[in-house]
Design a protein around this ligand. Structure first.
Ligand code: SF4
Ligand code: MG
Length: 334
């Protein structure tokens, strides 16, 4: 069975003021139809760059995809003109970002913004399109939707505005929703409501979701599988419970140990001792070796790649099997 989205060995460079650096250094993961994949990582680990690369939304002048492939439903979209990705992003793949204000046009009524999608993409009449927009707003839990459809974005609270953005993203019933920290800008109560909403809609529509977050609590609530990013690469991926119960990468292990209650929403990733490496001066060998409590000599020279450690579970560590099974070896990771 082919995955809905498959990313393989993606390498992306940026030209920054201090020189050229690799923001992504070999990112691989996949999402199956109907499942939720959480991409988890500290800020700067490459989560957002990854989805922007997938959606051909990288800044044209400073970013360069050097290597790697992106396949959507078997079609290699990374090899096609950006136009093809744009087509898909209008109908098949939708995105919701952290900042709902930038996703909406401030001078157009929200009902009109959603209705426009139905007019352009489905050639519905003005009247039908408006009705569908109102229904969409109602579906995401906006009270009094028929009236609120006439309002402008600034007339909504942050949480309600994020609901509008979700209504717009889901209007054309995409098969994949990419949500990049969709609740980070909201207060904790509203965060939980928006996550509940996303989960309900995802289940109702049977769509797949990539949820980008640094919130372990959110991951525990919604994800089927998880991919952990560190320094521009995926260091571990697998079924949620498997990765939580038996992490195979010392970085993941450190994350799990650093959070007292992984089931509580709002519990943030506490960074492990030390700092992530500067992308301008990446370490040789394993990118985690300067912080790794179990690093050995070859970790400084040989870069580990993702390898299967259990069914559907992969980790990029030379000593993954030991990390996964031998608690003693990795005591220091706590
Ligand atoms: Fe640590 Fe070595 Fe594994 Fe990297 S490869 S995570 S340095 S043990
Ligand atoms: Mg980000």
């Amino acid at each position: 069975r082919q995955p809905l989205l498959a990313v393989d060995d993606l390498v992306v460079s940026f030209d920054g003021p201090l020189g050229t650096y690799r923001a992504l250094n070999g990112v691989s993961f996949h999402v199956d139809a109907g499942e939720t994949l959480a991409i988890l990582g500290e800020s700067g680990s490459g989560k957002s760059v990854t989805v922007r690369a997938v959606m051909a939304l990288l800044p044209r002048h400073s970013a360069r995809v050097e290597r790697g492939t992106v396949r959507y439903a078997g079609e290699e979209i990374s090899a096609k003109p950006v136009r093809r990705t744009r087509e898909l992003s209008a109908t098949e793949i939708a995105m919701v970002f952290q900042d709902s204000l930038t996703a909406l046009n401030p001078v157009v009524r929200v009902g009109q913004q959603i209705a426009e999608l139905f007019r352009v993409r489905q050639r519905l009449s003005r009247r039908e399109a408006w009705q569908r927009a109102v229904a969409g707003l109602d579906r995401v839990g906006i009270p009094n939707a028929a009236k609120r459809a006439h309002d402008y974005p600034h007339q909504f609270s942050g949480g309600m505005r994020q609901r509008v953005v979700i209504a717009m993203a889901l209007a054309l019933r995409p098969r994949l929703l990419i949500a990049d920290e969709p609740t980070t800008a909201l207060d904790v109560t509203v965060q939980a409501q928006i996550m509940d909403l996303l989960r309900e809609l995802r289940e109702a529509d049977g769509m797949a979701m990539i949820l980008i977050t640094h919130d372990l609590g959110v991951v525990a609530d919604v994800a089927d599988r998880v991919a952990i990013m560190y320094a521009g690469t995926v260091v571990e991926s697998g079924p949620l419970r498997q990765v939580y119960d038996a992490p195979a990468h010392p970085y993941t292990r450190g994350l799990m140990n650093s959070v007292p209650a992984p089931d509580r929403p709002g519990s943030r990733l506490t960074p492990i001792e030390g700092m992530p490496p500067s992308p301008l001066h990446p370490p040789t060998g394993c990118p985690f070796h300067p912080r790794c409590p179990v690093a050995r000599a070859n970790c400084r020279t040989d870069r580990p790649t993702l390898r299967i450690v259990a069914a559907g579970h992969q980790a990029a560590c030379h000593y993954a099997q030991e990390v996964m099974t031998g608690v003693d070896t990795v005591k220091g990771a706590a």
